[in-house]
Design a protein around this ligand. Structure first.
Ligand SMILES: CC(C)(COP(=O)(O)OP(=O)(O)OC[C@H]1O[C@@H](n2cnc3c(N)ncnc32)[C@H](O)[C@@H]1OP(=O)(O)O)[C@@H](O)C(=O)NCCC(=O)NCCS
Length: 201
């Protein structure tokens, strides 16, 4: 049985990377019983915590708010809806092989999911595949970088040798974000328009 608690999955303080123009300005962060409080530079607050089985409805509402382009960029193909079975699967992770972090907006009722990042471990290669998503109205304030950094840290904590993911070549925001975090990109043979980006750990 896996005895890893959610508290063990991440350190006590979230470090939200500031935008490049204020890269070295510290951002206030604090601990709460519900997770880590993240304060964005523009004054918004979110809770960062591990995903939970009870997040299914929030995941489905978040999916409904996504523009088609973001759905395609995240899932690598068009999807008109997120079936409840898939939402349940995304929220009920196997902690041996997966980790998923969510950014929850508790200033609204019901609380809404504004971002999610996850890794899936490939035991055979000792690597992890990542995915990340930030709701459009919450982009460009450092949340994508925060989630990616958390996934890198979690992969290192597990002793993995590499974290990698597929990104569409037209997805300039993601390619730029990964470049800033030190990832390298290479083309996927036979998959025109798709890059595999990776970071050795
Ligand atoms: C890609 C994505 C995760 C970026 O999230 P984000 O919260 O906006 O990222 P950040 O605010 O942390 O941005 C960090 C850096 O990435 C780059 N970046 C992010 N969005 C960008 C954009 N639209 N144009 C150019 N650069 C961009 C910038 O260098 C940025 O730093 P800066 O704001 O200081 O200039 C988000 O746009 C998203 O969820 N897209 C849809 C899903 C997806 O593409 N997932 C990736 C495949 S799994």
């Amino acid at each position: 049985m896996n005895m890893t608690s959610a508290r063990d999955l991440y350190p006590r303080h979230a470090q939200l990377p500031p935008p490049s123009r204020v890269r070295f300005s510290p951002l206030p962060v604090s601990d709460t019983r519900r997770g880590e409080m993240v304060h964005t530079a523009d004054g918004r607050e979110l809770i960062l915590r591990g995903i939970e089985p009870g997040d299914v409805a929030a995941v489905q509402r978040c999916f409904k708010r996504l523009p088609a382009q973001d759905v395609r960029r995240r899932f690598m193909h068009a999807m008109s809806e997120l079936p409840v079975s898939m939402a349940q699967r995304l929220c009920r992770i196997d902690p041996e092989l997966e980790a998923a972090f969510v950014l929850i907006d508790e200033t609204v009722k019901p609380a809404e999911l504004r971002g999610v990042g996850r890794i899936f471990v490939d035991v055979a290669s000792n690597t992890a595949e990542f995915s990340v998503l930030v709701e459009h109205e919450w982009t460009r304030i450092g949340l994508g970088a925060l989630l990616m950094q958390r996934l890198v840290d979690e992969s290192r904590r597990r002793g993995l040798s590499e974290i990698w993911g597929y990104v569409l070549m037209e997805n300039r925001p993601m390619l730029q974000l990964c470049k800033e975090l030190g990832f390298v990109a290479k083309m996927v043979p036979g998959e025109a328009g798709t890059a595999q980006i990776s970071l050795k750990l």
